[in-house]
Design a protein around this ligand. Structure first.
Ligand code: FAD
Ligand code: DHB
Length: 390
């Protein structure tokens, strides 16, 4: 088998990269080790920045997003006694959209399978090889158990945090890794309940952070800060609703309850691996970096990476110019660190550490954002997404 760009991983990063390259006349083959059903059912992110929405729309995969996505003009920031609203268009002229990662993934997969480039599910033993040469290849075993070789001009490692690509980049020995494990986790639920709020609520509470989000006018997505070692089995539905009710408590308002259809505990960490390239192997998305979810950045960062990478690969493969691939890692990492800082800032401001001094600093910071327009604008600009090139 031969293609121009071999793409490892059919998460949002790999699928969007394939689509962007296809639109520029570049051949790709996408290799995914899970099944289509598994990939489409993985519940994850829910917030799309303006640039993500614009990119999906321009790539012709935004029809359902435009119909079913919910445009949000702000967020509520809550701490005891106060629920304040940040108005994003007023502060920075941009908005965000609620549209589940599951739906983005389904839209991209459907478009790809409908006459787009090959997308192979349930492959195994995927190995990028000879990435320091101009003709790298990917060895893998296909779903029928047959060993295959995919000859490429370049390889994109979009195979997430546990994929096969990052170890190959790191094996060059010249790279660096930064890591932070946060002493918090999120218990996330999906519930058949109409959201009781117009905008997402980010709530600081003495018992821990809580986030009120949604997926549609009839489905709510809610999160509670819990300890990292927390067993989901210890959380009955009643216990979850009681905690949510307490942490979001506000005079005259209450959480809408309903059937919980999914619940899980998610660890929180930050990770950056540099460079995001070795020879003709380029990393993008969670394969190169992870952020804690509080700023809703992970999916958007993955989309920003592949937007830069697509431009760089088009220039390399069609115009035979290597300037954009040579600067890709530095340009992508500038944005990665900005988002890593914002995610750290939101996480540190909103989660209870148990330390009373920390708590007063957090409350002071929250009051500052609510009372000072420049402080609110700084949050709004980062939350709705900074320009692609920083
Ligand atoms: P992934 O989605 O991890 O995709 C990688 C793909 O590669 C997967 O399909 C995987 O099966 C495949 N793969 C792995 N190994 C191999 C291999 N060896 N061979 C072939 N294929 C392989 N981000 C936000 O922006 N906003 C949010 O609100 C948000 N909330 C989140 C909530 C949760 C619960 C979680 C877990 C994450 C959240 N994120 C959020 C982060 C976001 O989901 C990720 O950043 C995003 O999925 C990254 O996309 P990706 O394509 O880089 O990686
Ligand atoms: C969601 C997740 C987040 O991390 C966030 O900051 C906002 C919303 C969500 O899953 O809806």
């Amino acid at each position: 088998m031969r293609t121009q760009v071999g793409i490892i991983g059919a998460g949002p990063a790999g699928l969007l990269l394939s689509r962007l390259l296809h639109l520029q006349g570049i051949d790709t083959v996408v290799l995914e080790n899970r099944s289509r059903d598994y990939v489409e059912a993985r519940i994850r992110a829910g917030i799309l920045e303006q640039h993500s929405v614009d990119t999906l729309t321009a790539a012709g995969v935004g029809d359902r997003l435009q119909r079913e996505g919910l445009e949000h003009r702000g967020i509520h920031l809550q701490y005891p006694g106060t629920r304040a609203t940040l108005d994003f268009p007023e502060l920075c002229g941009r908005t965000v959209w609620v549209y589940g990662q599951t739906e983005v993934t389904k839209d991209l997969i459907r478009t790809q399978l409908d006459g787009g480039p090959p997308l192979l599910f349930e492959v195994s033993d995927v190995r990028p090889e000879d990435v320091d040469s101009d003709s790298p290849r990917i060895r893998f075993t296909d779903a029928d158990g047959t060993e295959q070789v995919l000859e490429c001009d370049a390889i994109a490692g979009t195979d997430g945090f546990h994929g096969a690509s990052r170890p190959v980049v790191q094996a060059a020995g010249a790279g660096r890794v930064w890591e932070r494990t946060y002493p918090y986790a999120w218990l996330g639920i999906l519930a058949d309940a109409a959201p009781a709020t117009d905008e997402l609520i980010y709530a600081w509470h003495p018992e821990g952070f809580a986030l009120y989000s949604m997926r549609s006018p009839s489905v709510s997505r809610l999160y509670l800060q819990v300890d990292p070692g927390e067993e989901i089995g210890n959380w009955s539905d009643d216990r979850i609703w009681d905690n949510l009710e307490r942490r979001f408590a506000l005079e005259g308002w209450s959480v809408n309850t309903g059937t919980i259809t999914e619940k899980s505990v998610l660890p929180m960490r930050s990770f950056v691996s540099a460079p995001m390239r070795r020879g003709r192997l380029f990393l993008a998305g969670d394969a190169a970096h992870i952020v804690p979810p509080t700023g809703a950045k992970g999916l958007n960062l993955a989309f920003a990476d592949v937007t830069l990478l697509a431009q760089a690969l088009v220039r390399l493969l069609q115009e035979k110019q290597s300037d954009l691939v040579d600067s890709y890692s530095d340009r992508a990492l500038a944005r990665v660190w900005r988002c890593t800082h914002f995610s750290w800032f939101m996480t540190s401001m909103l989660h209870r550490s148990g330390d009373e001094f920390d708590a007063e600093l957090q409350l002071s910071q929250l009051r500052r954002i609510v009372e000072s327009e420049p402080a609110a604008r700084e949050l709004a600009e980062n939350y709705t997404g900074l320009p692609l090139e920083i």
